[in-house]
Design a protein around this ligand. Structure first.
Ligand code: KG4
Ligand code: ZN
Length: 352
């Protein structure tokens, strides 16, 4: 079965082809991505209307390029998968509209996929795929969650952020330091030349005894520190970046270890854009090696948004029998879509 995946929830247009046979792990055949980052950089963040318009421009050329790269024709596609939510409504509508139009034109069914489920299952595309069950640390620009994952669609939320996401903490702190959007990778780069112990920043909820996160206070502490530095900020920027990263990474690390303790599981999966952070990976790898816990990540280029994870999540949901692709082409996107509801919906056919 050949699945086309279309991702358009935010500022990357991603298209990919995944092939699945029986119960074997689906395989990525080709993928293409266009990042809008340089377009939004001038505004310091994503401009939703510009994002939608750019998705419109990119999605069909990207589709042509993945078909050509895989040496397949549109007629060979069996299912068209798209990101149904969560994300920017207008941006989601572009992917959903194109997916449904392709489905109608090709006479093939479509399947709307949860963006976070895409991130969660993206490590199954790596050379070292995980096995169920595992603890998942999902760290993206909009979400920070710890989950117990027993199988496709079998997700138990263990903890989540009560305010900002880890990616937001990176991005907002980076903005305060005058770094370009999205700040996470820039702050991480700058931190390489800084001293992580230079500034004492809070580790919110580190000792709360639960698995929830809070990052809003950290951003305020970074702002206060930046103001205190005044015209010395420029000279101390690398130290402030390193101290900020250290605070975020320590909280993510300790809470992930606590989730492993609580569940007794010996496998951790890290997914979402912040999962690309080198320092986080080094610390998790070291701590997990000491505890004989296996850590799995998506390939670095599949950590941030992409079409491959959407096609993969669709393929795995179809394999597990949890979802059915539909020929009802009512593309009802869900800009807000709690992942917890996926488990409840798991037994229902999608978009029924
Ligand atoms: O998963 P993603 O691509 O989009 C969402 O679904 O939100 O995650 C984007 C987030 C941004 O906040 C970005 O700054 C962050 O991931 N990010 C990083 C790194 N690469 C991306 N944060 C820290 N270090 C990185 N290397
Ligand atoms: Zn994402």
């Amino acid at each position: 079965m050949l699945l086309l995946g279309i991702e358009s929830s935010c500022d990357e247009t991603g298209v990919a082809l995944v092939e699945s046979h029986g119960n074997a792990l689906p395989v990525l055949r080709s993928h293409a991505l266009h990042s809008q980052i340089s377009m939004h950089q001038a505004y310091g963040g994503v401009v939703p209307e510009l994002a939608s318009r750019d998705h419109i421009r990119r999605v069909l050329p990207l589709t042509e390029s993945v078909m050509a790269e895989a040496g397949r024709s549109l007629g060979e596609i069996d299912v068209v998968a798209y990101t149904r939510g969560p994300g920017l409504a207008g941006a989601l509508l572009v992917g959903a509209g194109v997916a449904c139009a392709l489905g109608v034109a090709l006479g093939k069914p479509v399947l709307g996929v949860h963006h976070l489920e895409g991130h969660l299952l993206s490590p199954f595309l790596s050379a070292d795929p995980p096995e169920f069950p595992f603890v998942a640390l999902l760290v993206s620009g909009g979400h920070t969650q710890l989950m117990r994952v027993d199988g496709v669609g079998r997700y138990e939320l263990l903890g989540e952020t009560i305010d900002d996401a880890a990616g937001e903490a990176f991005d907002k702190s980076a903005k305060l330091m005058g770094l370009p959007y999205p700040g996470g990778p820039w702050l991480a780069k700058l931190a390489e030349d800084g001293n992580p112990a230079a500034f004492k920043l809070p580790r919110p909820l580190l000792h709360s005894g639960d698995l929830d996160f809070s990052f809003a206070g950290l951003k305020t502490a970074v702002l206060t520190q930046a103001k205190k530095l005044g015209d010395q900020l420029e000279a101390n920027k690398a130290d402030l970046a390193a101290s900020t990263q250290a605070a975020i990474v320590e909280v993510l690390l300790k809470k992930s270890l606590a989730a492993l303790d609580q569940t007794g599981l010996k496998r951790l999966v890290v997914a979402g854009g912040v999962g690309a952070n080198k320092n986080l990976r080094e610390q998790l790898n070291a701590a997990c090696a000491r505890r004989k816990v296996r850590v799995h990540y998506p390939e670095l280029h599949l950590c941030t948004d992409n079409g491959a994870m959407i096609a993969m999540a669709a393929a795995m949901r179809l394999q597990s029998g949890l979802s059915q692709a539909t020929e009802r082409y009512a593309f009802d996107v869900r800009p807000r879509w709690p992942m917890a509801s996926l488990t409840a919906e798991a037994s229902l056919p999608q978009a029924a």
